[in-house]
Design a protein around this ligand. Structure first.
Ligand code: 5AD
Ligand code: SF4
Length: 442
């Protein structure tokens, strides 16, 4: 009998990529590959890559370099690289030249071709490259090996049409296309029947969901439909673009009891001049009004955001506008990024690049502004009872569990591993900048 083949997959980047990796694993399982516990015992290693910032890219090259030795020791090892980096010709050229031990390159649009690629590769000695520029078709029903059995990602749309001038995503994920609402609903119903409690709807810009569909189902309409799925308890979504956030969405969030009280609303910069250069299509005042409207309509909502510092041409005065938005919006937390030049995007060609030391100084100041606000938001929860979906044993203390509140905050509390996957009541007893401490309410 043949020895079972083993795979190892490593993923960089966003939830979209994580979910793609779950599909790749599903495909490999259907080919009777099982997961390897380390690189040494793997017959197939797949790197699913990200291109959003230079850091992500450099990590992949570093890791690929390390595989050279393994390939030398085990010439039968198949090394495949996929994901956003592979959509760029320049990256593929670097891999061809410097990482010739790679066997297969595929992209973000043809994950479903993997079985064929593995087969074809076996017959060839050259690097097999199959990357599609874009794809109009949405492939339904790919097998998926989900990381958890109580929370799941669901793609609702692919690609992006926004072309923010700093961002590489429109070039790696193609044009916006939405899945049919009935397919999304079917997936949600299936998941709930399998016992899943929480779904996260994924799209680069969920607020423009449905625009390319014949029936023009809108994102709020989709939320109402999903809210009726029996057995599901929580619905999350990622990411909202402020320019498309409608009153209907705010109403849907209020009306739908399963839609979590959390909105991730990236603002990127507080300066109108920079927002214009970024092609974000809203200004500071509109963003702040939106925040106020959301907070008035849904008072206990948690707001999170993405911020870039050091976009080309950003002056100290522009940066102060960003600080002002942070102070006024009182975010529960924020992802902060140093602007990273992405070749092929309009901002990369800008001659007014901000020096690294200035970027770092602003970055530190930004964190110094964000931290006390997050702590204050978290501290206000002390003494309150919150519903928590228990996700894991705590990483730092095995007597504790970790889970997420409805508002997506990480909370730790003493409890038994049998609670993993359940929604429990927890009383908040302490607050830190990024996490909460709690006590199980029996
Ligand atoms: N440099 C820095 N941050 C970036 N992001 C996207 N592109 C870049 C870039 N070139 C950030 C944005 C986005 C998040 C996913 O990544 O804040 O919302
Ligand atoms: Fe996700 Fe963007 Fe990175 Fe692609 S480039 S993995 S879409 S964050």
């Amino acid at each position: 009998m043949n020895k079972e083949k083993k795979y190892l997959i490593q993923t960089w980047g966003c939830q979209m990529n994580e979910h793609d990796s779950e599909k790749i694993e599903g495909i490999l399982n259907s080919l009777e590959y099982i997961e390897a516990s380390n690189k040494e015992e793997a017959d197939l290693i797949i790197y699913n890559t990200c291109l959003v910032r230079e850091n992500a890219e450099l990590k992949v090259y570093g890791n690929l370099g390390e595989l050279k030795r393994l390939k030398r020791e085990n010439p039968n090892l198949i090394i495949a690289v996929c994901g956003c980096m592979m959509q760029k010709e320049e990256v593929r050229d670097v891999i061809k030249k410097k990482y010739s031990h790679v066997d297969i390159i595929f992209g973000t649009h043809n994950i479903h071709k993997l079985p064929q690629l593995i087969l074809d590769h076996d017959q060839k000695t050259n690097m097999l490259i199959d990357v599609w520029e874009d794809s109009k078709e949405i492939i339904e029903d790919l097998p998926t090996k989900r990381k958890y059995d109580f929370k799941a990602f669901i793609n609702i749309m692919y690609g992006c049409n926004n072309f923010c001038t700093y961002c590489i995503v429109p070039y790696t994920r193609g044009r916006e296309k939405s899945r049919e609402a009935k397919d999304i609903l079917e997936e949600a119903i299936k998941l709930s029947k399998e016992g899943y409690k929480e779904i996260t709807l994924l799209g680069q810009n969920v607020n423009s969901y449905g625009k390319n569909l014949e029936d023009k189902t809108t994102f709020p309409e989709l939320l109402y439909m999903l809210n009726d799925v029996e057995g599901l308890e929580r619905i999350r979504f990622m990411t909202s673009h402020p320019k498309d956030l409608s009153n209907e969405l705010i109403s849907a969030m209020k009306d739908c009891d399963k839609v979590c009280n959390h909105l991730h609303l990236p603002f990127q910069s507080g300066s109108n001049r920079i927002l214009k250069k970024m092609n974000r299509k809203y200004n500071k005042e509109q963003y702040l009004n939106l925040v106020e409207k959301v907070r008035t309509e849904i008072p206990d909502i948690a707001l999170t955001t993405d911020i870039i510092v050091g976009f080309p041409g950003e002056t100290e005065a522009d940066f102060q506008e960003t600080i002002d938005v942070v102070k006024k919006s009182k975010f529960d937390s924020a992802f902060t990024f140093l602007y990273s030049i992405r070749e092929g995007t309009p901002a990369a060609k800008d001659e007014e690049q901000v020096p690294d030391d200035v970027k770092h100084k602003r970055f530190d100041k930004l964190l110094d502004t964000l931290k006390p606000i997050s702590l204050e938001r978290n501290t206000s929860l002390i003494g309150k009872k919150v519903k928590v979906l228990v996700e894991d044993i705590s990483k730092n203390d095995s007597s504790k569990l970790s889970g997420r509140t409805d508002t997506s905050k990480l909370i730790h509390f003493k409890g038994d591993g049998s609670l993993i996957g359940k929604i429990v009541d927890v009383c908040v007893i302490d607050a830190k900048t990024w996490t909460l401490e709690g006590e199980l309410v029996e």
